[in-house]
Write a protein that binds this ligand. Sequence first.
Ligand code: FE2
Length: 181
Amino acid sequence: MNNYCTKLKFPNLNVDLTSYRKQHRNHIRAPKDIMGSELDDILLSVGIKLFWVEAFYLDKNADHTIHCDGHELDDKAKLNYVVGGKDSLMTWYTDVEPSKIEKRTSWANTIYLGINTDDITPTFSTTMEEGFYIVHVGKFHNVWNKDEERYCLSACLIDAKTNHRLTFTELQIRLKDYIDD
Ligand SMILES: [Fe+2]
């Protein structure tokens, strides 16, 4: 167990993501129902709904730039579903002083924090295999891919009643019966 990434025992999806392949990298909004009704039912059984879903594509030996999701460093999280990307490496980094952080907007019209790679130090890395993960996205992070094309669906999760965005810590608790340890 670590404080950055938790593998879940959710059933793999039967979904064709190849339409998201685009040169070296792609990041775009995906349809909210792309993860299917079986997953919706599992999430709803623990009081969780999907709020939005993004799709990412990474070519062999390509990377996503270091960023923090949203415009603040905090405990926010996402549900990621990784396909392919054998031995791809996800890394998290130390917080840095605010004057070095830039507020930016992505191609998929999501907001994020950017940073110069010289100003940041890795704290934790893990290889990711195919499947579902709760990932911490409120700290600086990125993905390096190796020899296999990598697709990732990434969902923002909210409480089904109050609609508040669930944190990494809250998701660990809600999904404790599905944690693969
Ligand atoms: Fe991210």
